[in-house]
Design a protein. Structure first.
Length: 90
């Protein structure tokens, strides 16, 4: 009795497998930084209301992938939060 092949799995590939890692995803959209737009508040260690917006309940700094803040503003934000902590404003 001849062996039966289990489907044509080797010959068929899904569309997901054909996509390259380096191809741009046309469905993904980039959110703009809320601190870089026109009329955005200035990041300062004295502006406690703004700083608390970017901190968790435990007092940790939220990552930029959650807050959608750009890298430059994230560095300024973390520096201001640390300064406010040292001066016991937060």
């Amino acid at each position: 009795m001849p062996k039966r092949q289990s489907g044509n799995r080797k010959n068929k590939q899904s569309n997901f497998a054909k996509l390259s890692i380096f191809q741009s995803n046309k469905y993904k959209f980039k959110k703009s930084c809320p601190l870089s737009i026109k009329g955005a508040p200035k990041i300062d260690y004295k502006n406690v209301k703004l700083l608390k917006k970017y901190m968790s309940e435990n007092g940790k700094i939220l990552p930029s992938r959650i807050t959608n803040v750009c890298q430059k503003k994230q560095r300024e934000l973390s520096l201001s939060i640390k300064r406010a902590r040292n001066l016991a404003l937060i």
